[in-house]
Design a protein around this ligand. Structure first.
Ligand SMILES: *Cc1c(COP(=O)(O)O)cnc(C)c1O
Length: 348
């Protein structure tokens, strides 16, 4: 029987442990989960039931399509899904998805909600300095939200992964000043990195994404978070490359001595970024196998001097997102969300 030549091993234990750690660090605030972009590329339909079982009740997606894809999973679970991009004209007629509500972020969206769902509960995004999505503080002061049934008023931090950045405290103070002025039942400010900024940033609900999936946006979270996703791929060919020969496109890597090279089924079309050319690494057991030469679309070459590797063997790739981001210059967010759909995703 044929099987796919590369896999993404996904650890339920690690996902749940990360959520629990973030919930603990969120103190008295409820800890939600951003599951947008298909659970940051790992698979929202697999991640959500595990997060619900762990006690998570507040889920965040970007679009109504993403909400629809997981809406059945919250039935009977007393959980809600907030759609961060709000309610566009094109989202109408309002999808009949129990437990799903928009995060309104413009005056037009607020007006649309009053028309199509009068009196129904929504969330609202207020911009406090990122200048991305959200109604303004002046809109709030001017009565834009008056009479809306708001569950959670939220804002988003621009620089939470730079703990010393002055904008953090500016945004926190502006957000705190909204308390009691929107009629909202709850307030929510912190993403993963925001949780690590301390109790003053927690409010009532936190919204981690990256750290749930093994990303470490700030050093303060390093000891609390473990990798969730590990790439493994099959060796398609082993060869000896002679001293002076080159490996891969554009002949960027040259052998100084004869060496064994393993050609592995993984490439940039799978999200194994070309920026990892001659910079990434894989492991056979404990032996480290450096990537040599250019990463191709579907293939990568490894220096196999450190281990005995044979055709048909499997190697696993470095799953420390901090390392891989540093080696590639690609953000941890892009590394996760770029993981392709050719992998066999294997949850343990
Ligand atoms: C993506 C997102 C989050 C999660 O952010 P992380 O940095 O991945 O923890 C939280 N809130 C909003 C509004 C987002 O768009």
């Amino acid at each position: 029987m044929s099987h796919r030549p590369h896999r993404l091993y996904l650890s339920s234990d690690a996902l749940v442990a990360n959520w629990r750690a973030l919930a603990r660090l969120s103190g008295a605030a409820a800890c939600g989960a951003a599951v947008k972009a298909d659970g940051y590329g790992l698979g929202a339909r697999e991640a959500v039931p595990r997060l619900l079982d762990a006690g998570c009740r507040d889920l965040f997606v970007a679009t109504w399509a993403e909400a629809r894809a997981i809406a059945d999973l919250i039935a009977g679970r007393d959980a809600t899904i907030a759609v961060l991009h709000g309610l566009r004209e094109a989202d109408l007629p309002l999808p009949d998805l129990p437990g799903v509500r928009p995060v309104l972020s413009t005056a037009a969206q607020v007006a649309r909600w009053r028309m199509v769902a009068p009196g129904q509960v929504c969330d609202v995004m207020v911009d406090t300095g990122m200048n991305r999505l959200g109604v303004s503080e002046a809109d709030v002061a001017g009565g834009l939200l008056d009479g809306l049934a708001i569950d959670t008023v939220m804002s988003h931090l621009a620089c939470a992964d730079e703990p010393g950045h002055a904008l953090n405290e500016v945004q926190r103070a502006r957000f705190a000043a909204l308390a009691g002025r929107t009629g909202a039942r709850r307030m929510s400010l912190a993403n993963s990195a925001g949780i690590a900024l301390g109790a003053g940033y927690h409010f009532d609900v936190t919204r981690p994404g990256l750290a749930l999936y093994g990303g470490v946006p700030v050093a303060a979270l390093a000891s609390a978070i473990c990798p969730v996703a590990t790439i493994a791929a099959e060796v398609l060919q082993c060869r000896t490359v002679r001293a002076g020969e080159t490996v891969g496109y554009n002949a960027t890597w040259r052998a100084e001595a004869d060496l064994p090279v393993a050609i592995v089924n993984l490439g940039y079309a799978d999200g194994y970024r070309r920026a990892l050319s001659s910079r990434g690494c894989a492991f056979a057991g404990d032996a480290l196998l450096p990537v040599i030469g250019r990463v191709s679309m579907d293939l990568v070459a490894l220096d196999a001097r450190a281990a005995t590797v044979r055709e048909g063997d499997w190697v696993r790739f470095d799953d420390d997102l901090v390392h891989v981001a540093a080696a590639s210059g690609v953000s941890q967010y892009e590394l996760l969300t770029g993981l392709g759909d050719r992998f066999e995703r294997v949850w343990s």
